[in-house]
Design a protein around this ligand. Sequence first.
Ligand SMILES: CC/C=C\C=C\CC(=O)SCCNC(=O)CCNC(=O)[C@H](O)C(C)(C)COP(=O)(O)OP(=O)(O)OC[C@H]1O[C@@H](n2cnc3c(N)ncnc32)[C@H](O)[C@@H]1OP(=O)(O)O
Length: 316
Amino acid sequence: MWLSRMNTLMKLAPKSTAIRTIQMQTQRNLSAHAHPESGPTGHFKTLAISSPKPFVFHVELHRPSKFNAINRQMWLEIKECIDGLAINPDCRAIVVSAAGKHFTAGIDLNDMMSLGQTLAETDDYARKGVILERMIKLYQDSMSSLEQCPKPVITAVHKACIGAGVDLITASDIRYCTEDAFFQVKEVDIGMAADVGTLQRLPKAVGSQSLARELCFTGRKFEAAEAHSSGLVSRVFPDKESLLSGALALAEVIASKSPIAVQTTKENLTYSLEHTNQQGLDHIRLLNKLNLQSEDFAQAVAAQLTKDEKPVFAKL
Ligand SMILES: CC/C=C\C=C\CC(=O)SCCNC(=O)CCNC(=O)[C@H](O)C(C)(C)COP(=O)(O)OP(=O)(O)OC[C@H]1O[C@@H](n2cnc3c(N)ncnc32)[C@H](O)[C@@H]1OP(=O)(O)O
């Protein structure tokens, strides 16, 4: 059914980017059941993808020998992967975790060294500026793909989550961590202002400008207990194994609900972060004008009333 839908779409618009993305996603679906511990999946070199539960995808950062330091390839692959899952009807919730000793050591500092060399090759400041502008935009879009994905994204952090790691997790919907996790907005220590999401999202995630500014100005480590009490993470687990099973269990619950209901909820929660209450209410009214006509709504209401078995929702 998925392939026939793809073929129809291809006949309609054989060269569109959307179709190419669907094609890539289909390819990836074929290997979606590989176990993440077995290494990068499909054509990805830095990510391992699996589907351990119905409608749940597990994306694992997979450069364990480099503490999952985010190199250019990983920035690109995160966006490609999340954008693919965003339109994959077999995906309703995503768990992002990481292989090896640490969740991530942040941006790959060796890439930063190479960037310095690239910039040195041109004398022209406007051209150097364009190189930097394009790179920053690419990396911003990579992190923002988690926020823009209609499917809820749960990040599961163990040990170090540094620099770009904080950018990544603050763009996700739900954050869990282990007791030995620690977080660091370390950009100031490498002489830069964070520029791919932390400054925008961390203050909202912790609900305190004072704490967020302290963390961003100092680059100090904050550990799991503080991350929990400040609201950056909503649950702390004793170890990586229980973290992952907790995150996957949560994803499974989310994936059992109406995908129309869940995805509209995410869309409106995200919209409401940046808008007044009235604008948020106007937005959800418009969405639900359509959605309350959905078969998901009729089925779910009937199931609640009759205490029947859980409804099975059509793919979205
Ligand atoms: C447009 C820009 C967009 C985004 C910008 C983001 C900015 C950031 O991400 S800022 C943060 C940058 N990252 C760091 O500063 C990480 C510093 N590293 C550490 O704090 C620690 O290494 C650790 C990750 C907590 C791990 O500690 P530990 O387990 O004790 O191992 P180490 O002995 O310290 O390290 C082993 C080995 O790994 C190398 N390494 C660590 N981090 C990185 C990294 N980010 N990139 C490249 N390499 C890294 C470290 O240098 C060691 O190398 P050796 O060759 O073995 O010495």
